[in-house]
Design a protein around this ligand. Structure first.
Ligand code: UDP
Length: 239
């Protein structure tokens, strides 16, 4: 039975850690293929999907800074890691026959197109999945902030933040069984309670632009599309 999806245009944030699977580093292709299958299903439902991928499975800028190196260079390395992940996810989507374009915040024309809002909207309107690589293109930011930024630029109706668990908890539920799970929160509550779901800049940008954040488990097969169909399990952050 087909029904109209809850949202027509969304931004999915997948951390680098999500692509790593059970490995300690890098990309587990089977996991990338599985996440791509969920995106493909959303695409088949007629939902326009933009994806921001992290890079933490390969490199984080703080790793350089913590050993006395230059943070900016470290962040450049982290942003390049997100490009590697974007190419991997694009490969998984194309294997499924989904037209996919990678747009990078850092120009590397031999590898992929450069990001511009016009290019992003053009590809979405043509029915392509757009993967945003390179974060915001600036050091000292995160791919969570990139997700909020790109969501605002593409006019996304929601940010889907894929995490390791099925929503926002008062503490890490993997280490604290007493952690409380929230069904709904406002952007202000996320900030006031200091809940570690997205960084402050990302939540503030989503709040300024009235974009809901839907936090769900990226590892739940079909979880993304279940929410798009008005079901599924998630914490909804909205005002
Ligand atoms: N990064 C950056 N600017 C951005 C986005 C990312 O400098 O706009 C760098 C930063 O070093 C970060 C790394 O890229 O540690 C990987 O991104 P992130 O930590 O957000 O990835 P995730 O945790 O989602 O895997």
């Amino acid at each position: 039975m087909s029904q109209k999806p809850t949202y027509q245009r969304v931004l999915l944030k997948a951390s680098g850690e999500a692509l790593m699977g059970e490995q300690g580093f890098g990309i587990d292709v089977a996991v990338a293929d599985r996440i791509a299958a969920d995106i493909a299903e959303a695409h088949t439902m007629g939902v326009e999907v933009g994806v921001v991928v992290g890079g933490g499975n390969i490199f984080r800028g703080v790793a350089v800074a913590s050993k006395g190196g230059d943070r900016v260079t470290g962040d450049h390395m982290g942003m390049l890691a997100t490009v590697i992940n974007a190419l991997a996810l694009a490969t998984s989507l194309r294997k499924l026959g989904v037209a996919t374009e990678v747009l990078s915040a850092i120009a590397m024309p031999e590898i992929c197109q450069s990001f511009s809002q016009r290019a992003a909207l053009h590809h979405l309107e043509k029915g392509r999945v757009v993967i945003f690589a390179g974060g915001t293109g600036n050091p000292f930011f995160t791919t969570d902030s990139a997700a909020a930024l790109r969501a605002a630029e593409m006019g996304a109706q929601a940010i889907f933040k894929g995490t390791q668990v099925d929503g926002i908890y008062s503490d890490d539920p993997k280490t604290n069984p007493q952690a409380e799970r929230y069904e709904t929160l406002t952007h202000d509550e996320v900030l006031e309670k200091g809940l570690a779901v997205m960084d402050v800049a990302a939540v503030a940008l989503a709040r300024e632009n009235a974009i809901p954040i839907i936090v769900f488990s990226i590892h739940e097969k079909g979880g993304f599309t279940a929410i798009l169909n008005g079901a599924g399990r998630a914490t909804v952050v909205n005002d």
